[in-house]
Design a protein around this ligand. Sequence first.
Ligand SMILES: [Zn+2]
Length: 160
Amino acid sequence: MRRLAVVLALVCAAATAQARSTTGYKNGEKTQLKIVSCGNSEAEQHTAIAFRAMARAAEKAGIDLRIRSGFRSHAKQKQLYKDYVKGRGHLAARPGFSNHESGRALDIYITDYRVLEWLQKHASEYGFHRTVPGEAWHWEYLGGYEPKQRNARLSKTNRS
Ligand SMILES: [Zn+2]
């Protein structure tokens, strides 16, 4: 139980306060993003808020949700794609077209079948969906999760 609590503390930074601005890509177009850290990864801020809520709910069910890979820079995606084309890496989308570059795709550690089972049952309640067939770990935030108390804070920090 103690381990779970420690892991959860690492899940995502208190979103908006520590957000940094960066350039990402969506459907091949550059886009400005607000990114926050989530454990050893980063995610777009609304995605991070939804993930935090989802991870909390999962923890109550004894499920440990952790991110293996979240936001990727364009340079990182280029490298992954190069490796993939050369037959050295996993399937990777063309640079500019991976949803990891919009910060909304999260690869989640599927440490045992219960993690996947929980996600299949509950992820959509938090706006997360599996979008790549054959990649059980790849979940994307498609929107729709709106925690009430956080909206005021979000609009404040979104002014810049
Ligand atoms: Zn992925």
